[in-house]
Structure formats: C-alpha cells, structure tokens
Ligand binder design. Sequence first.
Ligand code: NAD
Length: 802
Amino acid sequence: MSKRRIKKVAVIGSGIMGSGIACHFANIGADVLLLDIVPRELIDVEKAKGLTLNDKVVRNRLVNDSLKSALKSKPSPIYHQKFADRITTGNLEDDIAKVKDVDWIIEVVVERLDIKKIVFENLDKHRTPGTLITSNTSGIPIKFMSEGRSEDFQKHFCGTHFFNPARYLKLFEIIPGPKTSNEVLEFLNEYGEKFLGKTSVVAKDTPAFIGNRIGIFGIQSLFHQVKKLGLTVEEVDKLTGPVIGRPKSATFRTVDVVGLDTLVHVANGIYENCPNDEAHELFKLPEFINTMMENKWLGSKTGQGFYKKVKGDNGKSEILSLDLDTLEYRSKKRASFATLELTKTVDKVIDRFPILVSGKDKAGEFYRKNFAAMFEYVSNRIPEITDELYKIDDAMKAGFGWEHGPFQIWDAIGVEKGIEIMKAEGKTPAAWVTDMLASGSSSFYTVKDGATYAYDIPKKAQEKIPGQDAFIILDNIRKSNEVFKNSGVVIEDLGDGILNCEFQSKMNTIGGDVLAGLNKAVDLAEKDFDGLVIGNQGANFSVGANIGMIFMMAVEQEYDELNMAIKYFQDTMMRMRYSSIPTIAAPHGMALGGGCELSMHADKVVAAAETYIGLVEFGVGVIPGGGGSKEMALRAQDTFRKGDVELNTLQEYFLTIGMAKVATSAYEAFDMGVLQKGKDIVVVNKDRQIATAKAHARLLADAGYTQPVKRKDIKVLGKQALGMFLVGTDSMEASNYISEHDQKIANKLAYVMAGGDLSEPTLVSEQYLLDIEREAFLSLCTERKTLERIQHMLKTGKPLRN
Ligand code: NAD
C-alpha cells in the first residue's frame, strides 16, 4: 500500500469543536471541507432580503456563520487569518458527495448516538474505501457508532478526540473501535504528534476515555471537599493553580471558562456508565452544583458562575466570588497559607510537592487529602482505561495543561511516602503499586541515557517509553551532558557535534550571566563542536532583557556601566551572527524584546508554531538596544527594490517596533519581518523543536558553513526618512494618539532607523547603526518617564503608557 498522506480532510459539524478542528487542519496546511446541516427556518434578515430556503446562502448559513465567529474569536483558532482560505464550506445535503475526494473524514456533530449513526450511514455511501473516518465524541462508546457500517468503514474507523480549543490543547486521544486496523492507529498516532503537533494517546474505549475520566474525577473530588474543609472558591484556586504547575485559571475559574453544563454532562455520563467505579458516588453532583445549574450560573457564557464580574459604584469592575454556603456573591478574599509561603523560593514546581504535603496548616491537609484520593484513583484505573501509567500523565499534561501528571507528582513525593499519606487518609493504592516496590522499582519513572523509562506493570520492570527518539528532553540530559554551567545558563552536548545553550534565569530573562553563557557557548562550539542551538523547554523562550538590572544602573546614574552592558548585549548578538559555526535559535511561547533580538541574529530560527515574538521595548520606554533597531533597519533596506517606495517599506518596519507588535503565532512573525521566509522555519510540535533545531544546525555545518561577511552596505535614507518620521510622530502626538513620551521614544527610533540625519542616502556598516542605537537607548534611560515605565513593568508585569 502506498504511504498514507493527508492533503484534504472533511470536517462534519461546524460547532465549537468542528470549526476549531477545521482551523487547526488549515493551520498545518491541509485543505478542509467543512460541512453542516441546512437550516430549517429562515431568519429575519433572510426574510427581509426575500431569500428562500433553497438559496445557497441560506443553505450554507449555519456553517458560514459558525466559521466566521470562530475566526473572530480570541485567542484565535488560526495561526494566520489568510490560512482560512484553505477551508471550503458546504452543507450535508448538497455537498456530501465531495467527501469522496478527501483523505480523512472527522465527525464533530452533536453528542447524540442516533444523530451520529445517521451521519455515518450517509458518509459510508460516499466515502472512498480506505479513507480514514473518525469521531470526535467525548463519551459515546466507539463500538456503538460503527454498528451496521461496511467492513472497510469499520477497519478505518476510530475515535479521535481533540480538546477544546483544538489549536491550543495538546491532547489527541485515539480510541480504537472493535475492528480498527493497526495501520490506522499507528498512522494517527504518528500524524497526531508530527503534523498536528499534539500528544497522541491511544486510550481504551471506556467512558470519557483517559483525560476526562481523570480530570473530571479531580474536579468532582474538589467539589465534594471544598465545603468539608471549609475552603473558599478562591482558596481552592490558589491551591490548585500555578503553585502546583497548573494553569492560572486553576479549578473553579476553569469550570467557568469551559461551562458548568459541559462539565456536568461529562460527569453525569461517567456516573451513569461506570457503576462499578470505586469512586462512583463522587461523580454525583453536590447540591450547590445542582442549584447553580438551575440558576443557569454556568460561567462566562451566562455571565456568572463561581465568579461574577460586576461594576462597582466607582465605575471600576470587580470580580466577586460565590460563597458556597450562602450561594451569594461576595468580594474576593485574599487567600494565603503558610505552606504556600514555604514554596515561594522553590523555583521548580516538581520540587514543591514534598513541601506541600508536609504542611501543618489547612493547605497541607488539603494537599494530603487531594493527592491521596488522586493516587488511589489513578492507580485503580490501570488496566481499566489504559495499560501504561505514563499515558495517564501524558493525558493530564496535554489535555488539562498540568505541568506534571499524577504519577510524576507521586514520584516527587516518594512512592512510599505517598502510600503512607494515603493510608492516613483511608486510601489504598492498587496492588500493582506495592508489587512494583517489591520488584525493586522504587519509582514510576527513571531516566537512563537521556531517555525516560516507565514501570511496565505486566513485565514488572522499567521499560523505555516508545516514540521519544524524535524528541530531545533537556530535563533528561541536563546533568549527564553538561559541558558548562553558570547562574544563567546550562550548556549541554546534544550529540552529533551540536551544543545547546539553555537559559536558567527567572522567566528566561537575559542578563549578564546569560550573555556570558552565550559567549561561552560560541567559544566552546567554535573550539570543539560544529554548531550551536539556543533553546529551552521552559514556559517561554525569553521575556527579554533583565530590565531590573538596567533600572538599577539608570537610577544610580552609572551610565558608563550601562553603556558597557548594552554594548556587551549588542556584541553578543553580533557573535550569534558572525561566528565560525551555525547558530540556531529555537523560540517558543513568549520571545519578547531581547528574546526576539537574539532570534533575529541567529543564522536560522526554528520556531514553534506557538511563538509570541516581538520587539516590545517601547512598553518600557526604550527602543530595542540589543541590535533589534539596527536589524529592522537592515531588513527594511534588504527588501528595497527598484521602484519600491523605500520610505514606505522603512515605515512598516518602524511601526512594528513603534507599536510594540507581538505575533500571535510564528506565521504572523513572517509578516512582521521578524522571521524570514526561505531561512526560518516553523515546527508545529514544540516537543520536537530542539531535535529539529539540532538537525538544522547539523545540516548547515555539513553544507560547509562559513562565517558570513560583515555588512557595510546598508542603505540608510538619512534626513529624507527622518523628516517623514518626525512629521508623522508630531501629528500623532497632536491628535492624542500617542503621549509626549511616546513621541520622544519614536523620534529616537526614527533617528536610528534613518541612519541619523545624513543629508543623503548613504551606505553604512552594522556597527555604525549599533552605535547610534546604543546612544539612543542610553539617552532614553536618562528620562524620568522611561524609569517610571520600567518600574511599573517590574512591579506589575504590565506596560505603563505615560
Ligand atoms: P456544538 O453544539 O457546538 O456543535 C454541534 C454541531 O452539530 C453543530 O454544528 C450542529 O449544526 C451540528 N448538528 C446538529 N444536528 C445535526 C444533525 N442532525 N446532523 C448533522 N449535524 C448536526 O457541539 P460541539 O461542542 O462542537 O461538540 C461536537 C462534538 O465534539 C460532540 O461529539 C462533543 O461531545 C465533542 N467534543 C466537544 C468538546 C467541547 O468542549 N465542546 C470537546 C471535545 C469533544
């Protein structure tokens, strides 16, 4: 059989999930046919226009409206608005025959078995044999849906469960039906990881599969505990948020966002379909949830849930929280616990768990009860929902945004210590856990030679987790492959002659120690290796330069030192470009300010699709001073072509900095000129990023990399450009678009990007531009309003417009 390729998919159903899934396939370059039902009634606008139910616009109204509203929603389901052109819409009556041309049909219609069965019956008539056909059901058993379908259908049918929102949540559960072929399962498993950028998890056909079964257990368990422990909604959110590596929305705020009705629907499904679950009663809804459902307090969609936003007397909005005893909204109370204070200085979340479960206060009690219940539940779900313990962790991390799964947390506490806590809480682990300890494995996971092993229950031994060879997990090699370390970076040997420089600073800010580390990395690579990757696997690539350090020097008026520090930054960036080895930057998440400048100076960028990159220095009252202003001027002139209005091109690059634009995906960064077509590339799966970056470093090295020639041919436009910019900023200030201080910063940037006030267009060197960039940066650091901006950012994390 020829290799299966996915060029075209049909998505059936364009609701919340259908539209999101359609957009995600468009994101990765597939052609999408999105179909939905024909509306049965005309709406007023259609009546007013004299349309009938036979008119095409009416027949496709449902699907077109759904897609349109999805494309407008925030955060956007699509990497780039122009990718929406890859989606064609239609309806299930006129266009169903078109599914014969697609490689994969994904059913995403309402969660009703009767409806899904009719849809599949129709699709079976039109699909070409061999076409993949899958359902996005959250809970209907897969085996029921393919009943009565053709043999070929059943062989190519299974569940493919995306999580909402499809672009952002990484879990992709694959649920085989009774006759799904192995070829199909293996293909989807790989496709999910490699092309969709997901964590593929093959689950058994049990109610709610893996992610929701465990996730809903966790939430229900909290619903039942919160009143018993006398905790408030905001206290539970504090205890179950970032402190334990979970999203900021934690528990109750997440339910508000997802919708209480969605959660209740899944919980009820588990309650009805899992009568033998030892935690069966826990899936029954507590009284306060029933009342909330009756009151339609479903969360964001109905304006109130566990939280409610109101406008106070002073016109300021306030977020109230629900008192679960009185079921009335009241002002939020500050949630603080002594145990949490103890973890404030513990940077790595995984190191906090032993401290949290030893807490002497209510928080300690909460964590002991919670983890004891969770450990018992997850251990008992094997082999019911999966045979492999790591799949439960994978599902929770990818589907719920947890940094660590239950078994990893249990390992962090210590398996035996965990059992001790469980016993004290009246809980017992499944027998295989005690068997594991008896067999000599003292933890669920181990790391050997850079690879992760997990305990295999039938084999009673640690087995290498399959599929990880496409990944490089820095956590696994940081110690064993360390070549150099200082307080800002660790430099690791990635093998095959390639080094990696990994930031270790808070939020991966770039300060003196990181810059020293980068220089050291280039030194080492030039001496003994063939290439260098600058990459990490933290939450963000880098939030930018360490502005705390800049602030201190500026306040103390140590301008010489500040000048040297900025020069050091610039020189380091230039070394990224002008060294004898190829350098590859691997940005992901936030890559702001200095993080963006660093990326722009590497020989190549291997960006994660989810990269939010931009030069945001205006927000702290300065211009990009680490070569970013120079680089944008250089790139603008590189795109000058005969006949182009050069000033307009330059202005576009100027505005990218002046408006502190941040791309909402790597693809948008190409439009901004921050990433460059033909040079930089995008990987959809962040987990593959370092391995891909390494491969590209190797390729460049093997192609005979030589140090680029220093540029002295940068055409700057001088007074001609400066004049235009100054007129522009003046009128913007006059019409109150920007503040006086904004104008001052913009004029400094204008000076740099124009190459100063040269009387005519001139060719200059990069160093010339860097020198005027640094001068402008320094002069802004003497401004009181710039210092206020920096201070505000340091205090609140938000920009101040003064
Ligand atoms: P939705 O209500 O937003 O969309 C349902 C779609 O089904 C609509 O486009 C509707 O027009 C269409 N539809 C209705 N009747 C139909 C019929 N008779 N024939 C064909 N199509 C019909 O629902 P959703 O949230 O997008 O859920 C769709 C599927 O995805 C469900 O199986 C659901 O369980 C699953 N799912 C939902 C989520 C979530 O968070 N919403 C997450 C994962 C999986």
